[in-house]
Design a protein around this ligand. Structure first.
Ligand code: 5RP
Length: 222
């Protein structure tokens, strides 16, 4: 099975978590694109609306006739479906490969259940092989980069990227993340950081992986 096929079967399984007539959260990326397309095909007219984590996903949702609403209009969401760049067995994630980490973290925080979908290459023993994205206020870029080096990482500016919020992204290489909860908090405390791509304080509730043998569902191992 190709990686794309694995993403698609994970996305298909996630459609089963969407209850009719609810407002759902929708993330960003190639796996989520499958989810949006399958949701539209299988639940046409049954989704009341979506809160989206990016302009790209909003456009795709609207293209399928699914209304996109502002989070402030709806408050809490029933379920949030999104991809990830890495997950460990506790369902602590690295996200933000697509640059939408801040809105993704907001939508995840507003959701009763977070269903993460991915191909099986994303499940890792230790987070950090995928560079950790950190969204920064542009004028604080070098200040934040210095502090990230102090934490043992090697930040690199994601060239030519401006987020949907008008900020820059530093991708932090060389981290081996044993304690994602502590590192998420420490990075958030650096002045000039908007958000970092560790989702440990609000991990996924369910991780659905596409594998050669079908889908696997994981819940957090303690
Ligand atoms: C975007 C994300 C994505 O969920 C993550 O990059 C995974 O993307 P893909 O489904 O294309 O592998 O965090 O900011």
């Amino acid at each position: 099975m190709t990686p794309e096929d694995k993403k698609r079967i994970a996305a298909e399984a996630a459609v089963g978590y969407v209850r009719p007539d609810t407002v759902i959260g929708v993330g960003t990326g190639s796996t989520v694109n499958h989810f949006i397309d399958l949701l539209a095909a299988e639940m046409a007219g049954e989704v009341r609306a979506a809160v989206s984590s990016s302009e790209a996903s909003s456009e795709r949702l609207r293209g399928h006739g699914i209304p996109v609403v502002d989070l402030n209009e709806v408050g809490r969401l029933d379920v949030y479906v999104d991809g990830a760049d890495e997950s460990n067995a506790r369902l602590h994630l690295i996200k933000g490969g697509g640059g939408a980490l801040t809105r993704e973290k907001i939508v995840a925080a507003a959701s009763r259940e977070f269903v993460c979908i991915a191909d099986d290459s994303k499940l890792v023993a230790t987070l950090g092989s995928f560079p950790l994205p950190v969204e920064v206020i542009p004028m604080a870029r070098e200040l934040v980069a210095y502090a990230l080096r102090e934490l043992g990482g090697e930040p690199r500016l994601r060239d030519g990227t401006v987020t949907d919020n008008g900020n820059h992204i530093l991708d932090v290489h060389g981290l081996s993340i044993d304690d994602a909860l502590t590192l998420e908090t420490r990075i958030n405390q650096i002045t000039g950081v908007v958000c970092n791509g560790l989702f440990a304080h609000r991990p996924a509730d369910v991780l659905i992986l596409g594998t050669d043998h079908g889908v696997e569902r994981h819940t957090a191992a303690t």
